[in-house]
Design a protein around this ligand. Structure first.
Ligand code: HEC
Ligand code: HEC
Ligand code: HEC
Length: 432
């Protein structure tokens, strides 16, 4: 093969992490309630830069109006939120209003956090005002130019975009409601997985609305449908398989990559099994939203046979055999820790952004709390031009029984320009 696999480096890194990470049970004991909630809310992922001190802020986040930088939320009195009262903190967390009355951009997921209970908001305050390590680090000024930097339009935006408190659904049991609370609220899964409306607000915030978690595109990643859709959602996943994915980033259906990698590495991968089971139970109850009428994916083994015999002359087939089949198999089934492409919901997603992004830029192996790791997916940006990439992406979307739309060279070109190979935000080793 023409590329060098960083496999050795990956193994070494995984071993170091495994050695540094105390066993899960030991960690659970020293984790306070607030610290655990901060994990469930994934506060670290936005409020920390790669290799930076946890929660000290400074992460650059693109918005349609310009870049903004996440603030320092450590207890440091000068540069963090050390002097804040509970009311100040809670206003930022659940209503999106900072201590000085400034409206926060919804890059801070307060519309979802609005569902956090008073009790949990207080526990988070305890953690961020007393337990977290104070770090002296000045905030970076946002780069939104006047007049767009005025904050008052956000008050208007809140008329459509703000969330509301969690309401339990009596039709379901306690475990389901725990899952709903975590997914809709702290986990802010909808921030990436729910389609956005005209004002960039999430179209739905709760299970009761069919648009909730129906799939969306954000920051050059498409987040698939998490509803009961059989081909493009979680309709074929058991709850145990969903738990496994959230805990380890892998299961027989696929692997976590792109924006989902950070979610597993810093949030769900460190949550307890009871909470993950509750989230899986809740997700499994969401009715399908888009492919209700599509026939269930079934494997078509003729394609694998033709490929293995070198008899497929469809565009993309030769590239697939040369560049991809050694890991994903002529039958598209992956195996040995490598994800399948046949029947994979991300591959079948009507929006091909995520699979083109990973094929262009690759994905480092995923490290999770217990030191488990997968393999790395190499980048093909420097080996395949837009046409070859479009052909191979179209090929995997229309082989082995997969029936998803074509990818065009122009789609690849746009994504190639908008992304960088191997860009991997936040390897926050201090957290482990
Ligand atoms: C998806 C990214 C993201 C996540 C997750 C996130 N935040 Fe934020 N947060 C931001 C951004 C960005 C801002 C600043 C917004 C602005 O400048 O208008 C912010 C602002 C804040 C502020 C206001 C600070 C100030 O100086 O005004 C607090 C407090 C805060 N976040 C706490 C939290 C807590 C606690 C969590 C976890 C429960 C959390 N955040 C999770 C992105 C995030
Ligand atoms: C050296 C092995 C290897 C090769 C070669 C390889 N991949 Fe991958 N691929 C992986 C691994 C490992 C993952 C999972 C990455 C992760 O855990 O985030 C992956 C993930 C993917 C995914 C996302 C699926 C999912 O659910 O995780 C797609 C799509 C994909 N590869 C397409 C391709 C294409 C197209 C090619 C050829 C152009 C290719 N791969 C070549 C190892 C490989
Ligand atoms: C920052 C954006 C982001 C957030 C927040 C997020 N996800 Fe994801 N998620 C993605 C992306 C992008 C993918 C597609 C890549 C992949 O399959 O890993 C994905 C994929 C998934 C998948 C695999 C779906 C499939 O069919 O292959 C599951 C399950 C999932 N997410 C669950 C969740 C849950 C539960 C939460 C909340 C705790 C969540 N996600 C929060 C971006 C996000």
């Amino acid at each position: 093969m023409s590329y060098a696999l960083p496999r050795r480096a990956v193994l070494v890194a995984a071993t170091l992490v495994a050695a540094a990470a105390p066993p899960r049970a030991a960690r659970a004991q020293e984790t306070s309630r607030g610290a655990y909630l901060a994990i469930a809310g994934d506060c670290v992922v936005c409020h920390t830069v790669s290799e930076g001190a946890p929660f000290a802020g400074g992460l650059k986040m693109a918005t349609p109006l310009g870049a903004i930088y996440s603030p320092n939320i450590t207890p440091d009195a000068d540069t963090g939120i050390g002097g804040w009262s509970y009311e100040d903190f809670d206003g930022a967390l659940r209503k999106g209003v900072s201590k000085d009355g400034r409206r926060l951009y919804p890059a801070m997921p307060y519309p979802s956090y609005a569902q956090i209970t008073d009790e949990d908001s207080r526990a988070l305050f305890e953690y961020f005002s007393k337990e977290a390590k104070p770090v002296h680090q000045l905030n970076t000024r946002n780069e939104i130019a006047p007049p767009w930097n005025a904050r008052w339009p956000l008050a208007v935006w809140n008329l459509v975009g703000a969330g509301s408190p969690f309401r339990a659904n009596a039709a379901f049991d306690e475990e389901w409601n725990r899952g709903a609370y975590l997914v809709q609220g702290l986990g802010h899964c909808g921030a990436c997985h729910t389609p956005r409306g005209a004002l960039f607000q999430e179209k739905a915030m709760t299970a009761e609305d069919g648009a909730f978690l129906a799939g969306a595109n954000l920051d050059n990643w498409s987040s698939p449908n998490l509803r009961g859709d059989l081909n493009t959602g979680l309709g074929r996943w058991t709850t145990a398989e969903t738990v496994e994915f959230l805990k380890t980033g892998h299961n027989i259906h696929g692997a976590a990559f792109g924006a989902m990698r950070d979610v597993v590495a810093y949030s769900t991968g460190n949550m307890n099994d009871a909470d993950l089971a509750a989230m899986a139970k809740y997700l499994s109850s969401l009715p399908p939203s888009i492919d209700r009428k599509q026939p269930l994916w079934v494997e078509d083994s003729r394609d694998a046979a033709a490929l293995a015999a070198g008899k497929s002359d469809r565009p993309g087939a030769a590239t697939y055999l040369r560049q991809c089949a050694s890991c994903h198999g002529a039958d598209g089934k992956g195996g040995g820790g490598l994800p399948p492409l046949a029947g994979n919901a991300a591959v079948l997603d009507p929006d091909a952004t995520s699979i083109v992004n990973i094929a262009l830029n690759g994905a480092p192996a995923l490290e999770v709390a217990e030191g488990e790791y997968g393999d790395a997916m190499p980048q093909f940006r420097t080996f395949l031009d837009d046409r070859a990439m479009a052909d191979v992406a179209t090929f995997i979307r229309s082989t082995w029984g997969n029936r998803a739309g074509p990818v065009l060279p122009g789609d690849v070109a746009a994504l190639r320009k908008a992304t960088v190979a191997g860009e991997d935000h936040a390897i926050i080793r201090q957290m482990r």
